[in-house]
Design a binder for this molecule. Sequence first.
Ligand code: GLN
Length: 210
Amino acid sequence: RPLIGVLALQGDVREHTHALQACGVDVVPVRRRSELAAVDGLVIPGGESTTMDRLLKVFELYQPLRERIADGLPVYGSCAGMILLADRILDGVGGQATVGGLDVTVRRNAFGRQVDSFEEDLDAPLLGAGPMDEPLHAVFIRAPWVEAVGAGVEVLATVRSGPAAGRIVAVRQGVLMATAFHPEIGSDHRVHRAFIDLVRAHRRREHTRR
Ligand code: GLN
């Protein structure tokens, strides 16, 4: 079984841990370099990206994380985790860094000018929510959106209606995945399963290469 780490510096670590366990994988909290080295995939939870940025510096995790991502580690970021995976951020707090890896520009607190939090049903065929399926019920909490994507980035979901209609809220690039919303809240684990599928496929490729 794959071992999935949840970056456990701040944020909704417990919710992600439960969602992943419900999908039948082993889960460990990651706070140090040695823990990061042991995992087959990593989740960066929702929370506050500026706080996580500060703690990543304190725990000296930026460099090892960037190295593992450059090496092909599958990573999934939700909300603040999406901000941390983005190569570029708009409306970041002065000096706020990101881990990067995803060739996207993310705007922090993008929906905040309209409402702080809201829920939406999304179509996302690649996340198991195609035309014949239940839509994905997405919870947004002071969420970012993806303002621009690079050529190698696949858009997984956009907002269906309202003032933010068309805004990109889920993306994938290779083994990196991110959502602006929080699938760890609630009992629908399609997003986590999609990520675990990525981790499994990546592990198979690694095994055949060796
Ligand atoms: N607004 C938060 C940030 O900038 C993200 C919110 C969340 O993760 N729910 O990090």
